[in-house]
Design a protein around this ligand. Structure first.
Ligand SMILES: [Zn+2]
Length: 440
């Protein structure tokens, strides 16, 4: 066995070294090593603390923040910093952190795992804690519905793992039903909550356990809020880590009534990611004051929020995910709640960079209606799917005179360059660079 581990680790490290020289990705070394030693992860010696994060949205940002806090607290952390979150990427970063005898050198291992592939990644070892952030409609052609993703995540869970669940997501919290080894994080009633669900669709209308209608006391956004089933015992659970106060206008959250954390970016999404990072730091033994200080004002480096200039105009690009309406809804909210006069540009050019799909039904799930806000002076639609976008917008109450559409992204950018006011660009990783290379 020892020789197998030695060969596996040595192979992975060597290929990693060569791959870096050739500018190749971080999955390749793990991929090749797994071909020769498919169960290598079973034999490596992990530290006591192993925390994993999965879910539809927020994995990369949450992981980055956890890593930041732990490092600030003086811990040596191993994690998939390049975002390769399937078994090949996890194998690469774990083996590269190992001694040749197969012992992970860092004090703590944290990792994000693709929600569909967690069952493969966690076949040969289990994290001590598994965070599940949320389950949304996301990449329908690849993932199916959230209920399907729920089932496949379930395949990796056993009694040895502690689940750390988003209490405010009714489907995620179903993982904790009748389970002892579970804790929750979530937000209590906040000033910006609403009593009605105003989204185009409502994924919390029926209980995920028994399909009876659910009742909500309030919604933080979409179907995320405080719910209870009218038939069975499924309801929002009490939380160990709680956002007890928050202001998106002033840009802060308060955790557990005493830790105030300034937000570098005001979105409810960022509040949840920050809370999850705080909880993970707490589990890792980091003092609350230290965690709050490290998270305060922390600017994500993963390129999800990009400031730019377009001639005399300033703007922010909010990376959202195509095929994921809730991520669009959050970006739309940021633009709609800005007090300044703004232009909003939506680009849908390549739906995915990883696989081929021409499927645009997800556009109909997005609350574009919320762009009917007085501060929004115009909406510019661009890219190959500009006609699909235009069609979708024709079903909103936004005046037609405010909407311009262009197939060519450079033409749309030239048009925006001539205007006035702040700009928000909402698009996906697959199209982000097409805008960024035209802006300053
Ligand atoms: Zn029920």
């Amino acid at each position: 066995m020892k020789i197998k581990v030695f060969l596996g680790v040595a192979m992975c490290k060597t290929i990693r070294f060569l791959a870096k020289l050739l500018g190749r990705g971080s999955s390749l070394p793990g991929q090749i090593t797994l071909k020769f030693f498919p169960d290598i992860l079973k034999y490596i010696e992990l530290p006591d603390k192993v925390i994993a994060v999965t879910g539809s949205n927020g994995k990369t940002s949450t992981l980055e923040m956890i890593a930041h806090v732990l490092k600030e607290a003086g811990l040596k952390v191993a994690y998939n910093k390049e975002g390769s979150n399937q078994i090949e990427g996890v194998t690469t970063f774990l083996l590269c952190d190992c001694t040749l005898s197969g012992k992970v050198k860092s004090d703590i291992v944290i990792m994000e795992s693709d929600e569909r592939f967690a069952r493969h990644t966690f076949k040969h070892f289990k994290p001590k804690q598994l965070f599940i952030t949320n389950l949304y409609r996301d990449q329908l052609t690849r993932n199916g519905h959230p209920e399907w993703v729920y089932d496949v995540i379930g395949e990796c869970i056993d009694d040895s793992m502690e689940l750390i669940l988003n209490a405010d997501d009714p489907l995620v919290s179903k993982f904790g039903k009748d389970r002892a080894n579970v804790r929750y994080f979530g937000a209590q009633r906040l000033p910006m909550d609403s009593e009605e669900n105003t989204s185009v669709y409502h994924d919390g209308k029926y209980c995920p356990c028994c399909k009876a209608p659910m009742e909500y006391d309030y919604y933080h956004y979409n179907h995320i809020g405080s719910y209870r089933c009218t038939n069975c015992s499924h309801k929002r659970n009490d939380t160990a880590w709680t956002i007890t106060d928050a202001s998106l206008e002033e840009g802060y959250i308060v955790v557990n009534g005493k830790y105030k954390i300034e937000l570098s970016f005001s979105s409810i999404y960022h509040c949840y990611n920050t809370l999850a990072a705080f909880a993970a730091a707490d589990i890792a033994g980091v003092d609350g004051e230290v965690a709050a200080k490290a998270l305060s004002g922390y600017d994500l480096s993963s390129g999800r929020i990009v400031k730019f200039n377009l001639g005399k105009r300033e703007g922010t690009l909010l990376v959202s995910k195509h095929e994921n309406s809730i991520s669009y809804d959050q970006s739309i909210k940021v633009a709609a709640e800005d007090k300044r006069p703004v232009s909003v540009m939506v680009i849908v050019d390549a739906i995915s960079r990883k696989y081929q799909t021409y499927e645009t039904s997800w556009l109909w799930d997005i609350d574009f209606e919320n762009l009917k806000s007085d501060n929004i002076k115009e909406v510019v639609l661009a890219g190959k799917y500009h006609e699909d976008l235009k069609q979708r917008f024709s079903f909103t109450d936004i005046e037609e005179s405010k909407i311009r559409n262009f197939e060519s992204i450079p033409e749309a950018v030239d048009y925006l360059r001539q205007g006035e006011g702040y700009i928000y660009v909402i698009t996906c990783f697959s199209d982000k660079h097409k805008f960024c290379e035209l802006a300053e």
